[in-house]
Design a protein around this ligand. Structure first.
Ligand code: SF4
Length: 265
């Protein structure tokens, strides 16, 4: 056995995943694509042995996007951004400081979708800032992309959901339904090669799953949304609270990279 080498080893350290081990005979003749496939296989095998119940029952599932309001479905980027900035379609507009439209390359091959803005994002008007944003940036580096370069980051809702105490909370189904046409238009304009859903709210909203569905049951499979491959993984904020699951997230990113390569990305 030998340590896994190459640029991915450094990135694994960045996202807090320790060294992985692969067989010496396999490592000797590896190219980059082989390395990704090998690590994915190693991690998948570890998961199969350690937690077989977490694997999804089917390899491919599909979900259709919520219907877009016709006007939104026809908008260009500037029109869409202006519409979101002025939106009052749900009550989340009442407490927001800024709408959080999304950030990144408008022709990105990679689209990452989170839940909604938190306090820091609401204050800055940008998704995934603060410690969770830093971890997401490291996750992007791990697959060879940077925020703003070949990656776009968006949320299910564009305004910060808060509870009666002013704390962050997940958006309700009504809030999600009200805001989804904007995200659907962003997806249609970007036409990414791969979508990565970050966390339960993003995954369940996109895949139209029951609220009791866990992220664990959706991981490990290639789903589809609007005809595009979709991979489910944990939200960076969750990973900060549960660092032991960073290894699972690396497996998800490996699956995403394999899917990207398979799609010709
Ligand atoms: S969350 Fe979405 S639908 Fe609700 S007010 Fe903000 S932009 Fe409009």
């Amino acid at each position: 056995m030998t340590t896994y080498s190459g640029r991915h080893a450094a990135f694994l350290e960045e996202i807090g995943v320790g060294p992985l081990w692969v067989r010496r005979t396999a490592a000797a003749s590896m190219g980059q694509a082989d390395e990704v496939a090998a690590v994915a296989a190693v991690v998948a095998e570890e998961q199969r042995v350690a937690a077989p119940a977490e694997r999804a029952p089917s390899a491919w599932t599909d979900a259709s996007p919520a219907s877009c309001a016709p006007a939104v479905a026809e908008m260009d980027w500037m029109q869409l951004q202006a519409a979101v900035a002025a939106c009052t379609k749900c009550r989340l507009c009442e407490q927001r400081t800024h709408t959080v439209f999304g950030v990144g390359d408008q022709k990105a091959k990679w689209l990452f979708i989170g839940e909604g803005p938190g306090r820091s994002e609401d204050a800055k008007g940008e998704p995934f800032v603060g410690p969770a944003g830093k971890l997401l940036d490291n996750m992007l580096l791990a697959i060879g992309v940077k925020r703003g370069v070949n990656a776009y980051i968006a949320n299910i809702v564009k305004c910060r959901p808060t509870d009666a105490m002013g704390k962050d909370r997940p958006p309700t189904a009504a809030e999600t339904d009200a805001c989804m046409p904007y995200l659907n238009r962003q997806i249609a304009l970007i036409q990414p090669t791969v979508i990565v859903a970050l966390g339960k709210t993003a995954a369940l909203s996109l895949l139209k799953r029951d609220p009791d569905t866990s992220v664990a049951t959706l991981r490990g499979s290639v789903h589809r949304y609007a005809g595009l491959p979709l991979i489910v993984t944990y939200h960076p904020a969750y990973l900060l609270r549960t660092p032991a699951d960073k290894r699972k997230t690396w497996a998800d990113l490996c699956l995403a990279m394999q899917t990207y390569a398979h799609a010709g990305g």
